[in-house]
Design a protein around this ligand. Structure first.
Ligand SMILES: [Zn+2]
Ligand SMILES: [Zn+2]
Length: 162
């Protein structure tokens, strides 16, 4: 709960900042979804991209060569693309717990990736695939513990030799 409140406060600040930036922008663009022509709202765009700064959001919004989708069209588009990737490779296995993962779950875990980046990683057998953050953390903890142990053992051996 506490965490969420902080997030909301940070979001509110971003919205205020964006509002100020828009006021100063003399040629603010009206945008519609290029697929279904629904009106788009820059504040929705901001809340879908929480990691971007308000400055960057406005810059993207004002860029003439970029086309935007509404949320629904975006989701449908993404699902179509994900289905194509699924045909290439339906599942992978979590490196930590051996659970089967499909491309939909993988895309949720890596939702910051563009579809071609998602595809490249999914098809790359050297890329470590995990269920979620928890499995990823556990895995790397075991791995780092292992390395630490190895290092300590080596040091001990060296000390013995001296
Ligand atoms: Zn649309
Ligand atoms: Zn797992």
């Amino acid at each position: 709960m506490y965490h969420r409140k902080i997030n909301n406060a940070a979001m509110w600040k971003k919205i205020q900042k964006l509002r100020e930036l828009i006021k100063m922008e003399s040629n603010f663009k009206e945008r519609v979804c290029w697929n279904c022509s629904k009106d788009l709202n820059i504040y929705d765009f901001l809340s879908d991209n929480v990691d971007f700064t308000p400055e960057y959001i406005l810059k993207l919004w004002q860029t003439p060569i970029l086309e935007f989708h509404c949320c629904e069209c975006f989701r449908n588009l993404k699902i179509d693309e994900l289905k194509k990737i699924e045909q290439e490779l339906p599942t992978r296995i979590c490196l930590k717990c051996n659970a089967l993962i499909d491309i939909y779950k993988f895309s949720k875990f890596h939702n910051y990736l563009k579809i071609h980046e998602l595809r490249n990683l999914w098809l790359d057998s050297k890329f470590n695939v995990f269920c979620d953050n928890l499995c990823q953390r556990k895995y790397f903890k075991i791995y780092y513990d292992f390395l630490k142990k190895r290092k300590l053992e080596k040091q001990k051996e060296l000390q013995k030799q001296i």
